[in-house]
Design a protein around this ligand. Sequence first.
Ligand SMILES: [Zn+2]
Ligand SMILES: [Zn+2]
Length: 285
Amino acid sequence: MRLGCHIQISGGLRKAVERAVERGCETMQVFVSNPRGWKQSSILPADIDAFRDGCREAGIEPVFVHTIYLINLAAPEGEVREKSIDALVMNMEAAARLGSSAVVTHLGSHGGEGEEVGVRRVVEAVGEALRRGPGGIPLLLETTAGSGNSVGHLFEQLGEIIRAFPGEERLGVCLDTCHVFAAGYEVRTREGLEETLRELDREVGLERLRLVHANDSKGDLGSRVDRHEHIGEGRIGMEAFSIMARHPVLRELPWILETPEMTVERDRENLRRLREAARRRTRRG
Ligand SMILES: [Zn+2]
Ligand SMILES: [Zn+2]
């Protein structure tokens, strides 16, 4: 298991590598522009070189690019949809230049028009982004908590989207532990986790699972509340992270923390807890 954090890029990409090193990351995730705005940042070639060299020297690999929060691939025809697809393509291009392994994106909201409509629109938007985007960059669809009208909280929705592109190797899935739990998938017991992963396998295929977002959850099972908590301090708890971190499928994947605060101390402590979880034998063996 390779462990890392979502790293802030304020001060530039060079600074982001320093932050990752300071935290002891083996893998990392970044935004390439302000996640709360549409403005696309132009990344200077010198910064790209510094970032790639820094990651290589520090052995940080793989690197993920997370899209901005505003992206709504389930939006109806119009400005938001166009901007969302443009932003997604821009993120895929930036990822290619940064030597990133994949782009991770949320799917967006159907705005009350229903999940079927939402999924159909996501398929169209993803299709356009795949046509326009660079060839070698995988696109990971992230599981969502199902708050509001968000699309992607059911594995069958992710499966439907991926199956719409037969033979498209670039499409994969990012499993967020907080989101799936809040969406109603049990992960706290061995049996629960097995059942959850069986369903993911049935609907999507476990070979499509490329990344874990490791977050504890402030909301309870099925609450559909998307609020991340420090590892071991939420409703998921340390015991569950121990079960997940030792699972033969999950432990082979990169794990990225998106826990609150993101200070060096907090991030290091959360990473330490995950490392301990991966080592620790659970109470029931
Ligand atoms: Zn996430
Ligand atoms: Zn979240």
